[in-house]
Design a protein around this ligand. Sequence first.
Ligand SMILES: [Zn+2]
Length: 69
Amino acid sequence: MSKSCPKCAGRMEQGFVPEAKDYSTNVETWVEGAPRRKWWGIDFKGLRRLPIETWRCARCGYLESYAPA
Ligand SMILES: [Zn+2]
C-alpha cells in the first residue's frame, strides 16, 4: 500500500503510536461510539476496537491515522 501526503504530496511511511499501560505497551486502538465513563475509567465492554495505523510523511512529518477493519 502506498499513500501520498495530503499536505505536500510526499511519501507516507507506515508506523503506529504505542499506548503505554501499567506494565505493558500496546498499539493505540480506535473504539466505536462515545466513551462510557465509569468511576474506574472507561468501559470498553462490547465495543468494537481496531488497532490504529499512523502514517507519517517523510517530507513534512504530517501524521495521518487509519483503522482498517
Ligand atoms: Zn507532507
